[in-house]
Design a protein around this ligand. Sequence first.
Ligand SMILES: *[C@@H]1O[C@H](CO)[C@@H](O)[C@H](O)[C@H]1NC(C)=O
Ligand SMILES: *[C@@H]1O[C@H](CO)[C@@H](O)[C@H](O)[C@H]1NC(C)=O
Length: 163
Amino acid sequence: MEKFILFCVFSSWNMLIITSDVPEDEVSLFRVELKDRISLNCNMTHRYEIAWFHQYSQQLTQLISAKTSNTAGRKLLVTYNLNKSRLKVDADIEITTVTLVINGVTEADSGLYFCGTKSVLSSEMHFQKPIRLEIEDKLTDREDKDNSVTEPPEDVEIGKSGY
Ligand SMILES: *[C@@H]1O[C@H](CO)[C@@H](O)[C@H](O)[C@H]1NC(C)=O
Ligand SMILES: *[C@@H]1O[C@H](CO)[C@@H](O)[C@H](O)[C@H]1NC(C)=O
């Protein structure tokens, strides 16, 4: 068990932040190396709004948010981007999966990532399984590496959590 922040989001993104104990198996672990490009997936099926949040220590930051437009087919419109030079979202054609892409990760990008989505039926935001990002430094971590093979970064599939 480990302390981290759980949050509930009401309409218009107001947040109530609660620190809570969440079992470590409810977090997906994702290890990358400095300067890597990472892609974190979020399930957007039957959802129309999405936001990605990053939590490091007690600080919670919204990275990006987007919503779908139905005017000319389903399209994803970015409504907020903390840093356009290194963050973006990609989606498949049907917008069933939205991928947060971060270029050139630094130590400051480690921590927890939360993807929240809203459905058309309710203004409540549903949070999927959080992802813990660990940054490895090739040079300084060399001694720590045992026989385990470090996989190249792959997209993380995030399943539905809870319901
Ligand atoms: C955005 O990212 C670039 C490249 O990593 C960095 O140099 C810049 O300081 C960042 N800007 C903000 C506002 O964080
Ligand atoms: C995404 O969510 C939908 C509906 O909630 C579900 O049917 C589907 O299996 C999910 N996809 C993945 C990859 O988890």
